[in-house]
Design a protein around this ligand. Structure first.
Ligand code: PEP
Ligand code: MN
Length: 340
């Protein structure tokens, strides 16, 4: 079995093309990752019956590797250096901690604009705001839909902040495409394979949240669905899993996943302590912990009047708590060798 052909970085174009042709002639797709020293050619498809001997004598080939995992493109074996995602002049990589903040749901122009201006002033880099809400009860507030997209567009234009919004269906991907800088795939849709393929085809950055019932293996396999369609701009987001105590916390924020995912994958790893805990008073301490264990970003719910929020008010920070949050995470960001 072979999943990855490693070629010498000095291989000629002709040698590289010969390897690519061999792979494609057998009906596989290729994905190339070029480093200074090595060129990695990933073989995409069911490689279980592919014998590695067919590559070893080709000029330029150093060796082949078999990745016995249900995912491939997301692994560090395949892509040793960290993925860097550019959103305008914002760079998401392991040298920074990017703060995404905003309300759970977009409720009005005034609500979003006020929140966005505050967040920007305090150092938040990206604005969050849901317009299509995946609610547990079908009778809860479902988001403003297209009206919400117009509000996001206006606030983005007025503040210059890039925006992230959740999409639940292929139609919503199409509708949100012209305003969203990042598509959010929520915990409830992590396993929606068709939706993952749809956002994979767009090539726009995707923040994929871990389902509350997903193992790390399943989480990475779902990221693979997006990458397999040619979209390399995937951010993994830990947002808590379900354990047995729902009395004190909404979810159990599994911070084990942060160093694990960073080791296993080259993708940026973000943490959502708002949904991960479900309690605003836990957001600051768990954000510090997330940064301390290597998170590349945080996604935080903030509302000008949480007590009046149409969703998730109980876990939303007030504006003044957001200022406190920025102040308190700063030393942790510095200690982890990153910048805000
Ligand atoms: C959200 O970000 O508002 C949300 C619904 O998140 P999750 O999918 O993590 O529950
Ligand atoms: Mn929410």
């Amino acid at each position: 079995m072979a999943d990855l052909v490693i070629m010498d970085g000095k291989s000629s174009r002709k040698q590289i093309n010969a390897v690519i042709k061999k792979i494609q002639d057998m009906g596989f797709d290729v994905n190339i990752s070029r480093g200074k020293e090595k060129i990695l050619i990933g073989i995409i498809g069911d490689t279980r019956l592919l014998v590695d001997e067919i590559f070893v004598n080709l000029p330029g080939v150093v060796k082949t590797i078999s990745i016995l995992k249900p995912y491939k493109l997301v692994t560090r074996e395949f892509h040793p250096s960290d993925t860097v995602i550019n959103i305008g002049d914002i760079k998401i990589d392991s040298s920074t901690v990017i703060v995404i903040a905003g309300p759970c749901s977009v409720e009005s122009l005034d609500q979003l604009l006020q929140t966005a201006k505050y967040i920007k002033r305090e150092g938040g880099k990206i604005l969050r705001g849901g317009v299509y809400k995946p609610r547990t009860s079908p009778y809860s507030f479902m988001g403003l839909g297209k009206e919400g997209l117009e509000i996001l567009k206006e606030v983005k234009a007025r503040t210059g902040l890039p925006v992230i919004t959740e999409v639940l269906s292929a139609q919503e991907v199409e509708d949100a495409a012209d305003v969203a800088d990042i598509f959010q795939i929520g915990a409830r849709n992590m396993f929606n394979y068709r939706l993952l393929e749809t956002v994979g085809k767009t090539k726009k950055p995707v923040l994929l949240k871990r389902s509350f019932q997903a193992t790390i293996n399943e989480f990475l396999s779902c990221a693979e669905y997006i990458m397999k369609e040619g979209n390399e701009n995937v951010i993994l987001c830990e947002r808590g899993i379900r354990t047995f105590d729902s009395e004190f916390t909404r979810n159990c924020l599994d911070l084990n996943s942060v160093p694990l995912l960073k080791r296993e994958s080259h993708l940026p790893v973000f943490v959502d302590p708002s949904h991960g805990t479900g309690k605003r008073e836990l957001v600051i301490p768990m954000s510090k912990a997330a940064v301390a264990c290597g998170a590349d970003g945080l996604i935080i719910e903030v509302h000008p009047k949480p007590e009046e929020a149409l969703s998730d008010g109980f876990q939303s920070l007030t504006p003044s708590m957001f200022s406190q949050f920025m102040k308190e995470i700063t030393p942790f960001v510095k200690a982890s060798g990153k910048t805000l």
